[in-house]
Design a binder for this molecule. Structure first.
Ligand code: HSE
Length: 438
């Protein structure tokens, strides 16, 4: 058997520790699969997280990133720094040194992937990023390789576990958003600064990557529509339930004749569809493709061992390709670099979908009639409507309307006109609604 492949890990936190643990625990099985051993020879870490039992006895530890990426013995660098500044510089340096790179850093790939892949292609090295989307779920491999014979129509995924946990708790326990967020922080699901998770940025990073490998387009994080879950109220969760739907935070990318939609936002989906039943911190990605039809990829979207599982799978893949001609490797974005097409990314105003609208109306003759008249003037057809009797003595009632599909621009005009009505108080809550299962 060949000498073991030597890996340098940048960061021994939760994911780094999980990766070393998986490599050591399953060393024999991994070597049987890869054709040679894979060992961590170097690691850069200020602190070592040893929640998982693994040995650092044979690892050269350093606090300097360059000690790892410049070391001649290191064949593959595992980048687990997070962020996009130092991570970008050090990744480009590793590439320049002829090292292959495995990363879990979705922000890095979404923001700088085009540049990084071009540099890697030039140097004949591989950048592997299975852990960047869906944690341990092998969804990159499935979409990039398993569906290579298909034309992909759309992808819809629950790709942020923190948001899914919060929405699940809100529905199951009847809690308010801010209370569940505090709980998620206590449990370690949400960061102290939870912005990336709850404002849809983390999901947008992941969706950027999925859109590229599904449709063969360059990575374009800036053009993704991003909306988080901060405005979802208990009232909306309950109305959705009553109407047979659940609110999930979805990343959706879809190709049409006009271009590609890439959008992240809370979405009503039927409570019968499989995605609606993905609960807690779990992730799932649903893909519609022409030959296979629908396929669903489900599993743990974060955590030391699940993410370690994805990183080690990448290490095995890279190890196998060490001896292959760089021209014959799986392209980073699924399609050959020179076959990527710059399809237009559609602005959110151009998407067409159905909507949930909730408004506060004066309980007075003719108010609802005016609302429905505005919708009809904008060619917006109503699918369902709920108006509860007012709480005793209250002058206002909540009105909830589900619409049929309409172009968002048209809906915006209707919303503006309805908000201007004398009988309507405050802003209208609007949540997009998708029919995913046929
Ligand atoms: N913060 C992410 C989530 C996990 O909540 O899904 C890592 O991608």
């Amino acid at each position: 058997m060949l000498e073991p492949v030597k890996v340098g890990v940048l960061g021994l936190g939760t994911v780094g520790g999980g990766t070393v643990h998986v490599l050591q625990r399953n060393a024999k099985e991994i070597a049987r699969r890869a054709g040679r051993g894979i060992v961590v020879s170097h690691a850069c870490a200020k602190e070592i997280n040893q929640t998982h039992p693994y040995s650092v006895d044979d690892i050269v530890l350093t606090e300097q990133l360059t000690d790892v990426v410049n070391h001649p013995q290191v064949d593959i660098v595992v980048e687990l720094l997070g962020g996009t500044t130092i991570a970008r510089d050090i990744t480009l340096q590793a590439i320049a040194n002829g090292k292959h790179v495995v990363t879990a850093n979705k922000a890095l790939i979404a923001a700088h992937g085009n540049e990084i892949f071009a540099a890697a292609q030039e140097k004949g090295v591989v950048i592997a990023f299975e852990a960047a989307v869906g944690g341990g779920i092998p969804v990159i491999k499935a979409v990039r390789e398993g569906l290579a014979g298909n034309q992909i129509d759309w992808v819809a995924g629950i790709i942020n576990g923190t948001s899914n946990f919060i929405l699940t708790e809100m529905r199951e326990k009847g809690s308010e958003f801010s209370d569940v967020l505090a709980q998620a922080q206590q449990l370690g699901y949400a960061e102290k600064d939870p912005t990336f998770d709850i404002e849809g940025i983390d999901a947008a990073h992941k969706l950027t990557i999925l859109a590229s490998i599904a449709f063969g387009i360059p990575l374009q994080f800036d053009k993704v529509y991003k909306e988080g879950i901060t405005k979802i109220t208990q009232e909306d969760v309950q109305y959705a339930e009553e109407l047979g739907y659940r609110i999930k935070h979805l990343g959706i990318t879809q190709r049409s004749e006009k271009g590609v939609e890439v959008r992240v936002h809370p979405t009503l989906i039927s409570n019968k569809c499989l995605l609606a039943n993905v609960e807690g911190v779990m992730n799932a990605v649903l893909v519609e493709s022409d030959a296979l039809g629908q396929s669903l990829y489900y599993g743990a979207g974060a955590g030391a061992l699940p993410t370690g599982s994805a990183i080690v799978a990448d290490l095995v893949d890279v190890t196998r390709t060490l001896t292959t001609d760089p021209g014959n490797r799986v392209p980073h974005l699924a399609f050959q670099q020179n076959a990527l097409v710059d399809l237009p990314i559609l602005p959110i105003e151009d998407i067409e979908t159905a909507y949930y609208l909730r408004m506060t109306a004066l309980d007075k003759l003719g108010v609802l009639a005016k609302v429905t008249q505005i919708l009809s003037e904008q060619q917006i057809s109503i699918e369902a409507i709920i108006q509860k009797e007012p709480l005793c003595g209250a002058p206002h009632v909540s009105v909830v309307i589900l619409t049929h599909k309409v172009v968002e621009k048209q809906l915006n005009q209707a919303i503006q006109a309805i908000e201007n009505l004398e009988g309507i108080t405050g802003e209208i809550t609007r949540i997009r609604l998708e029919i995913l299962d046929g």
